[in-house]
Structure formats: structure tokens, C-alpha cells
Design a protein around this ligand. Structure first.
Ligand SMILES: [Zn+2]
Length: 221
């Protein structure tokens, strides 16, 4: 049982009764720190801390990964759209953390494939680029980056009139993704050689005008 005080990091936590959590009726043990005299519980460190609708986290996750829309999910689970939107962000943070943790214990990478797709936020005048890195063969997701990009084609002029100039964050996003992959890859390459290759790959990806570029093997040498 974790008795480290979250306020002063002291190990001198002593049992201090229990309380019944309103959101799910669970009885949660409380502790009191002998050093700073403040109280805490196991729930203080929980990822769902202070959530009033923690019981919908799991069904919401299952529905969202099954492709159900936020609007529909809110109807099915009888929660507001604001709640489901907040939960989506929360579940995203949890999933990202779990991915990061799981990658630490995986064997080093031999071969990586990159893919890129385009979508939009709010309006087609605000396109987004999603770069994804997966391990070749196993299709294990290694990381992804979402970057803003300016609209192109017939929408470029309208987008600029309506929303002003839009930054192109694709190269920066892809460099970030490639740096992450570098940490996970088997070969140890020098920083200079790596960055030279990264800039080339990022430019090559950016030059491609197709919405979905075919996956390609990237091996650091
Ligand atoms: Zn304390």
C-alpha cells in the first residue's frame, strides 16, 4: 500500500480511516502525514482523480475505438457532449502514456515504416497532417505527430481570407517523430548523420503531394 505523502513526499503516512467515494461507492483508505499533517488517499495518485463519471471511462473507450461519434457516445452513455469531449482528451493522454511505457520494455527496432495522412480540424480550410511510425512486420505503433499545415489547392485562397496564414508544422513534427524512433532503434548513429538524414526524409515527405503516402522503410545507417 502506497503511503508516500503526495504533498511533502514523506514516507510517514499513517492510516486515517476510509471514505466512500460518491462517484462509484468505493471505500477508499485515507492516510495522514505525520510530517506535514495533511491527509491523502490512494485515490490522490489515481489517473481518474477528481473525476465524477469514472464509470463511463471504459464503455466510452470501447465505443470510441469502435468508431462511434462523440455525439452518439454522449447519447448512449447519457453524458453531456462536453464530458465526452473532455474524456476523449483524458483517454488520449492515458493511451499515450501507456504507449510510452510499453515501448520501454520492447526489443530495439530493426526496421520502421512511416505513413502520413491528412485530415482537418473544424473546417477543411484548417488541414492537419498525421505522421505515423510503425514497426515493420509487427505493425506495432511507435509514435505519431499531428501537425498543422496550410490548405492547398482551390481552398488555399479562401482559407487565408477566412482564417489568416496557417503555419506549416509538418517538418518540425516529423523531426520529433524521427527523434523518438531514433531512441528506439537498434543502431547507434551520430547526431549529425542522423539529423542530415532526418531533414532529407522530412523534406521528401513534405514534397509528396498525395494525401496518403505509401509506407516506406527507413533504416538509420
Ligand atoms: Zn506530508
Amino acid at each position: 500500500m502506497e503511503r508516500t505523502c503526495p504533498h511533502c513526499k514523506s514516507q510517514n503516512g499513517r492510516a486515517h480511516g476510509r471514505y466512500r467515494r460518491l462517484s462509484d461507492g468505493a471505500r477508499v483508505p485515507r492516510f495522514r502525514c505525520l510530517d506535514c499533517k495533511r491527509t491523502f488517499s490512494e485515490a490522490s495518485r489515481d489517473v481518474c482523480f477528481a473525476q465524477k463519471k469514472r464509470h463511463v471511462n471504459h464503455p466510452l473507450w470501447m465505443l470510441l475505438v469502435s468508431g462511434v461519434s462523440l455525439r452518439r457516445v454522449s447519447k448512449i452513455l447519457r453524458i453531456s457532449r462536453t464530458t465526452s469531449a473532455r474524456k476523449l482528451l483524458f483517454l488520449g493522454r492515458v493511451a499515450k502514456r501507456e504507449l510510452r511505457e510499453s515501448l520501454q520494455y520492447q526489443p530495439k527496432l530493426e526496421c520502421v515504416e512511416f505513413d502520413d495522412m491528412e485530415t482537418f480540424e473544424h473546417s477543411k480550410c484548417k488541414p492537419l497532417s498525421i505522421s505515423l511510425a510503425v514497426e515493420s512486420g509487427t505493425r506495432r505503433i511507435l509514435g505519431f505527430e499531428v501537425s498543422q499545415m496550410p490548405a492547398n489547392g482551390p481552398l488555399a485562397k479562401i482559407a487565408k481570407q477566412r482564417y489568416g496564414p496557417r503555419p506549416d508544422q509538418r517538418i518540425r513534427g516529423r523531426k520529433r517523430l524521427l527523434r523518438l524512433v531514433r531512441k528506439l532503434s537498434k543502431r547507434n548513429v551520430s547526431e549529425v548523420a542522423w539529423l542530415a538524414k532526418v531533414s532529407l526524409s522530412a523534406e521528401a515527405l513534405t514534397r509528396s503531394s498525395r494525401s496518403i503516402t505509401p509506407p516506406r522503410c527507413f533504416e538509420p545507417t
